[in-house]
Design a protein around this ligand. Structure first.
Ligand SMILES: [Zn+2]
Length: 244
């Protein structure tokens, strides 16, 4: 489904519960295709079939941008990479999980001294991937402030909280923010999922504060239908409600 010029949600990639996972296919002006996330293990064919349905060959896929380590986002990455030969990008820390590294609680505490024990436990419980998951090493590590050329200028924001490395993508030319799992839409209102799905709600709210000054209409968030207008207003309303 094309929701803005060149920006598609890849239809048909769903969780067993039936909710949509909202992976994206971005069609650049130069004919290149960039994917953002790719569903669970075994779902690569859904993306390839979607591209075929809009007249695009797998060889056009130049990059796969992974937003964080959860298996519903990275599960088919190795298979997509094999089929298309694309470059794989993933954010700092989460790329280490995606490549198969394991971490003890002590290692996590050293890496993230800002997290308390409950936050470390919430991260740890979600570090064990789907047994079907095939590890993949990213070709490029993404950081907040990076700018990519996909459907025009695409700015990467580091928005930890759900996972330590999570990134959001701001598509300037399309007035669109892919907030991914940094927030959830509840009947069009911004909110958060509960721990352990959001490992650190405190940090998640701080992260959303980084997006406060962006202006955008379309908001794509955590497995919800996209908000097609008023996205940045909805985000600011949520942030205002969190002020004490
Ligand atoms: Zn997630």
């Amino acid at each position: 489904m094309e929701i803005a010029k060149g920006l598609h949600i890849v239809d048909g990639i769903k969780a067993p519960s039936g909710i949509s996972l909202n992976p994206l296919a971005l069609f650049g002006a130069d004919g290149s295709v960039h994917l953002v996330d790719c569903g669970f293990p075994g779902q690569a064919k859904i993306t390839i079939d979607y591209l075929a349905s809009v007249g695009t060959a797998p060889s056009k896929v130049k990059s796969l941008i992974l937003t964080h380590y959860d298996p519903d986002h990275v599960g088919s990455a190795a298979e997509i990479q094999r089929i298309t030969g694309c470059t794989v990008m993933a954010p700092e820390f989460d790329e280490r999980v995606i490549s198969g590294e394991h971490f003890t609680d002590d290692q996590l505490r050293k890496l993230f001294p800002k997290y308390d024990n409950a936050e470390i436990a919430a991260i740890q419980v979600r570090l064990h991937p789907d047994p079907e998951y095939e590890n993949i090493k990213a070709d490029r590590v993404l950081r907040g402030g990076d700018v990519l050329d996909t459907v025009g200028e695409t700015v990467i924001y580091h928005v930890p909280g759900h996972t330590p490395g999570l990134i959001a993508l701001y598509f300037k030319d399309l007035s669109c923010l892919a907030a991914v799992d940094s927030m959830k839409l509840f009947d069009g209102k911004v909110g958060l999922t509960k721990p352990p799905m959001t490992a650190s709600p405190r940090e998640a709210v701080e992260s959303l504060g980084k997006l406060r000054d962006l202006n955008f209409e379309i908001l794509i968030a955590y497995h919800s239908p996209p908000l097609m207008s008023g996205g940045s207003t909805a985000l600011r309303e949520y942030l205002d409600s969190q002020k004490t």
